[in-house]
Design a protein around this ligand. Sequence first.
Ligand code: NAD
Length: 521
Amino acid sequence: ILSRTIFNTKTPLQLSRMWYSSSVPTTKLFIDGKFVDSQTTEWIDIHNPATNEVVSRVPKATQEEMQAAADSCSRAFHPWAETSILSRQQVFLRYQQLIKDNIKELARLITLEQGKTLADAEGDVFRGLQVVEHACSITSLMLGETLPSITKDMDTYTFRLPIGVCAGIAPFNFPAMIPLWMFPIGMVCGNTYLMKPSERVPGCTMLLAKLIQDAGAPDGTLNIIHGQHAAVNFICDNPAIKAISFVGSNQAGEYIYNRGSANGKRVQSNMGAKNHGVVMPDANKENTLNQLVGAAFGAAGQRCMALSTAILVGEARDWLPELVERSKALRVNAGDQPGADVGPLISPEAKVRVNSLIQSGVDEGATLLLDGRAVNVPGYENGNFVGPTIISNVTPEMTCYKEEIFGPVLVVLEAADLDEAIALINNNPYGNGTAIFTNNGATARKYTHEVDVGQIGVNVPIPVPLPMFSFTGSRGSFRGDTNFYGKQGIQFYTQIKTVTSQWKAEDAGVSSPAVTMPTLR
Ligand code: NAD
């Protein structure tokens, strides 16, 4: 089944040209092991966010093309599910090496289409790579359970099996990491996978697809379609698809959760966030201010775990002027420029939205301590740049507090004590991530126990768990009951069979028919 494996292939760095051709390059579909041109008449332009030049076009796949992709997944399922677990493990061992070999090119594609700095883009790939590395331990992860002698001559054991064709729908902000949360875990469990990358950043996923093919994944085990609503509806409705992994906004996530679940599918849906960083006056000031600035403005605030809200407790309010000074020192520039700290937003529309949310703070009575709206980036005047922005004196009723801004904007609130800070956070509908900065263990312990948020950092600003744990966002940031990656990821992509067997010695005698419920005593 792995006869097509290319063992020593190093994917050339110019690989992207294989699916980009003509003066406006186009993104291909990946169907049944082939990169194919779409026959659609509907295309979406992809812009470099630093210049707004069109860098490529992505098709809205036709119904026939999407059906061909799903059929390919269905055909490939049984052979792949029956492939030995060691063979599947080998594919992912080769895959992790190919990702490492191509990390610079993957990062370049991310910066081109998404805008984040090259160093940050490498981090994006690296966090996804860690999930692939973890997938290589599938021989342990998929172990079932055994209980011998549950009654005389009788044993019970469970095994985990793949569930069928699975699908992933990804957002624009982590073009490598989030698709790598999805198809590698689904596939290593023996499922086949239909992936729909964000229509704004498909290039990186296409290279990841080429690399998994080079690693030996058989034709049809991964198919890629492109598009927007029609592609999402196709995934929610297609009867061959048994499970959907979604990451993105609440609007899309709620819709996909409801529509997919109504069609009987498993759905895990990671959604929006408003992550609070609580600063206690006993914290290490130097460390805390640096962590806050990095976590608020890194990736231009376009991370679901960005620390976009600071709560300064008591005298920590006096640290605001220094917070502003450090934020001013960040360099706003195109992501591929040396020394860039903050890149552009994804689109002109995102920039307009972020700017209007900043203005809403001013209009509703907050104080604009640092205004990044008029930032000038020489040579990139058409880019979607917003500089680091800090809004203080914010209250929970204000629009800039209630909305996920998803830009380089830190809103600052104050609290008299820890209880007030915790109450504020527990009142917020989101539950993705939070952090507390303190030097007091008892304060940290109280916080981690009482705050109703799924991922908590203690002196750690962006506590995204490594893949041996799971990504445990909660409340308004998650729908479903089984999280991404870690043990829960394996659970999501597998079903359990429980076998109870009795083997008696031949001379054990024959019992009479039992018509009462077997009690196994
Ligand atoms: P988005 O919801 O606009 O897009 C995500 C995917 O859904 C895309 O593939 C898109 O084609 C599709 N989509 C968009 N609108 C849709 C609709 N109305 N109906 C059906 N499908 C639709 O999200 P985005 O702008 O790409 O990403 C940013 C959002 O993702 C932020 O809210 C961020 O917090 C969230 N996010 C969450 C996590 C997490 O793990 N919780 C991680 C990353 C991003």
